[in-house]
Design a protein around this ligand. Structure first.
Ligand SMILES: Nc1nc2c(c(=O)[nH]1)N[C@H]1C(S)=C(S)[C@@H](COP(=O)(O)OP(=O)(O)OC[C@H]3O[C@@H](n4cnc5c(N)ncnc54)[C@H](O)[C@@H]3O)O[C@H]1N2
Ligand code: MOO
Ligand SMILES: [Mg+2]
Length: 391
């Protein structure tokens, strides 16, 4: 039995260097202050500003490098110091070496220098007790670094979602299984979806393409629901009698949603089979890709307890037109170009059919055109970059 509640329960303690892209299961508070000591921001000389008020020369009595223990600077003298080295007791100013002169063991200061400059204070980055990362946050490389800077070698992350990916269609062959006969195509949706899921840190299992047959589809869904938190299928959710996914879902589980008024991506089935969530994506590769970005990704993130990232569109100029309004909200695959005047334009891929997967490799993202809207060349349109959507 597995729990597929809204946010999957439970977390696992793993090594920090295995945790990239995983979702934190709990808040992380800093057990220490970072940096833990005042240190020099520059290679130069440290001294007490008071001692150099009315003199430019100070004898050099100490040398402190990064990693050395805390030193004690005798009054009226200077210390040779290096970036990251602990500022000795008795010093409160550092001047960079490029501005100083050294004559034997005598430091010659420049005319002008600033008291208390070039020192990185203890706690400038983090103070002990600060919340440094939150439960629900997906670990980026910089977040891994921040946790390490506070001494964490392990973190508790949400367990990986178990997702079963099933593609359907008599015409499908798995790449590498041999040459295609007429009328066959290689299954591109399954590898693409597994890659999208892997990027979200999911554990995916997938069977070979299912034939267009209600019984096999029902059996496959039932079997998948035994182990999966989420089942994702592609194909067979439209209206033809060869489309069995919707029927299989209605027979084996509950169908909660079907069809959304978007293009591409209109036929989308959502529901449950036992404890498993179910998403039935359209077979057209671009539709499968776009519905994953818009629906599956955000849903899986919510299941992982990850804080939702809002769809962040930014305005660009349309380098194309849409004279005839569509009754569906359209997501146009487009590439960004900056013109000589510095303005950002979205160029539409010439073929916007939802079977042309190459458009998604060529494009940087999607121009989001509201249902019923016409677009003239130069109009401001909202642009959704792929990388903000799928990671
Ligand atoms: N009379 C109507 N026909 C269709 C409608 C409609 O409203 N009325 N909707 C169209 C739209 S929109 C879409 S999207 C597709 C989705 O149909 P299905 O989800 O049933 O997908 P399939 O029919 O199984 O396949 C569609 C297309 O995609 C190819 N495909 C399928 N799976 C894969 C895969 N794993 N890798 C690569 N390519 C795949 C398949 O060969 C078909 O060409 O329905 C329209 N029809
Ligand atoms: O939903 Mo479809 O994707 O417009 O082809
Ligand atoms: Mg179909």
């Amino acid at each position: 039995m597995h729990a597929a509640a809204v946010a999957v329960a439970g977390g696992e303690r793993i090594a920090l260097d295995e945790a990239l892209s995983r979702v934190l299961a709990e808040d992380l508070r800093a057990p220490i202050t970072v940096p833990g000591f005042d240190n020099s921001a520059m290679d130069g000389y440290a001294f007490r500003a008071e001692d150099a008020r009315d003199r430019r020369e100070l004898p050099i009595s100490l040398r402190v490098a990064a990693g050395d223990p805390l030193g004690q600077l005798s009054a009226g003298t200077a210390c040779r110091i290096f970036t990251g080295a602990p500022v000795p007791v008795g010093a409160d100013t550092v001047v960079i070496q490029e501005r100083c002169e050294r004559r034997g063991d005598i430091l010659v200061l420049p005319e002008q220098w600033t008291a208390h400059a070039n020192i990185r204070r203890a706690g400038e980055d983090i103070r002990a007790g600060d919340m440094i990362l939150r439960g629900g946050q997906r670990l980026t490389p910089q977040a891994v670094g921040l946790a390490a800077s506070c001494g964490f070698a392990e973190v508790v992350v949400r367990r990986r979602l178990r997702v079963v990916v099933l593609s359907t269609g008599d015409e499908l062959r798995t790449a590498g299984s041999g040459p295609l006969n007429h009328g066959q195509i290689y299954d591109s949706n399954r590898p693409m979806l597994r890659a999208l899921l892997a990027r979200l840190g999911c554990e995916t299992r997938s069977a070979g393409p299912l034939g267009d047959d209600l019984t096999t589809t029902r059996q496959a869904l039932r079997a998948a629901a035994e182990t999966a938190d989420v089942i994702v299928t592609t194909g067979g959710v439209s209206v033809g009698e060869e489309d069995h996914v919707k029927g299989a879902l209605e027979a084996e589980g509950t169908l909660a949603l079907w069809r959304v008024a978007i293009k591409p991506g209109k036929p989308l089935a959502f529901g449950h089979i036992g404890e498993a969530h179910f998403l039935g994506l359209p077979g057209n590769p671009v539709s499968a890709f776009v519905t994953f970005l818009l629906f599956v990704g955000p849903f899986l993130k919510a299941l992982m307890g990850e804080a939702p990232t809002p769809l962040r569109a930014f305005p660009v100029r349309a380098a194309f037109g849409r004279a005839k309004p569509d009754n569906r909200r359209e997501f146009v695959r487009a590439r960004l170009t900056t013109r000589a005047d510095g303005t950002l334009w979205a160029e539409a891929y010439p073929h916007q059919s939802s079977g042309v997967l190459s458009s998604t490799v060529w494009a940087d993202g999607l121009v989001d055109i509201a249902a019923g809207r016409t677009v003239a060349e130069g109009d401001d349109v909202p642009f959704l970059p792929f990388e903000g959507l799928a990671s």
